[in-house]
Ligand binder design. Structure first.
Ligand SMILES: Nc1ncnc2c1ncn2[C@@H]1O[C@H](COP(=O)(O)OP(=O)(O)OP(=O)(O)O)[C@@H](O)[C@H]1O
Length: 255
């Protein structure tokens, strides 16, 4: 399909007098890695929450593949997945079961078919496990498939989270600070896996990230927010050289 994958048009959002987003527009083409950056309170998470339908903007619209996106319930069906800042895993369950469950949430058989093991369910269960194992292998964590999540390091848990969203093969993946709290080595690993996923599965990525070195390395489009407004947009090099961005970050881009 031609045209942008994601179109944000004139989005404004208020919280009791605070203007979190002020007339923000940008487009993300299919296959891009787009980073949303900006100082604390700039509106980055609010933007991601609007895109995922968790917040309803006062004005403006979000279109995905040319059709409006209105509710979080539409996300999985339309091929959009997201991760949150805090790890959201079933800590007492195995790595494999965590990923299978995420895949199941997207599966086509009904609750009753699963419960009664009827219809498509047995076949789907095998397929779900195979697909989950493929993703675990892809992310280099297949040797932990039977390990209980709580026993894994933070970096590996973040990788399981990535497995949970990749297993549904999303067209668009929204990532809220995927590298937060990681060591430098874990960040390097995560960057590599995101690039690999992007290339292998053609997943379009929109991510919020505070580490500007990571942003410059990973993304091919950067949207800069400050006080709810979009103050710049472009390639990492264009944005790095933009005086408004330099002012907003007070020299944090100086290399
Ligand atoms: N649920 C909410 N209720 C009230 N105000 C909110 C809410 N969420 C965000 N805000 C306010 O909206 C503005 C934008 O916040 P947002 O969290 O989107 O910024 P951010 O760029 O993601 O910040 P950070 O980098 O610190 O996570 C801030 O002034 C924030 O206090």
């Amino acid at each position: 399909m031609s045209g942008p994958l994601l179109t944000i048009a004139g989005v404004s959002l208020d919280f009791e007098g605070i203007q979190a987003l002020d007339d923000v527009s940008f487009e993300v083409a299919r296959g891009r890695v787009c980073a949303l950056i900006g100082p604390n309170g700039a509106g980055k998470s609010s933007m991601l929450n609007v895109v995922s339908g968790l917040y309803t903007p006062r004005s403006g619209s979000v279109h995905f593949e040319g059709a409006p996106l209105r509710s979080p319930r539409e996300l999985a069906r339309r091929g959009i997945a997201r991760t949150f800042q805090n790890i959201a895993l079933f800590r007492g369950m195995s790595v494999l079961d965590n990923v299978v469950l995420a895949r199941d949430a997207d599966a086509r058989s009904t609750f009753f078919e699963h419960a009664l093991r009827l219809g498509r369910a047995p076949h789907e269960e095998r397929r779900a496990r195979d697909e989950a194992r493929d993703v675990l292998r892809f992310l280099g964590i297949d040797r932990y498939e039977n390990t209980v999540v709580a026993e894994l390091s933070y970096g590996l848990q973040k990788r399981v989270e990535l497995a949970r969203v990749l297993v549904v093969r999303p067209k668009l993946l929204l990532l809220d600070e995927p590298m937060a709290g990681m060591t430098a080595a874990e960040k390097d690993d995560m960057c590599g896996f995101l690039v690999n996923a992007h290339e292998a599965y053609g997943t379009t990525l929109v991510l919020i990230e505070h580490d500007l070195a990571v942003v410059m390395d990973l993304s091919d489009q950067v949207v800069v927010l400050d006080h709810g407004k979009k103050i710049a947009e472009g390639t990492p090099d264009e944005v790095r050289a933009d005086p408004l961005v330099i002012e907003a970050y007070v020299g944090r881009f100086a290399a």
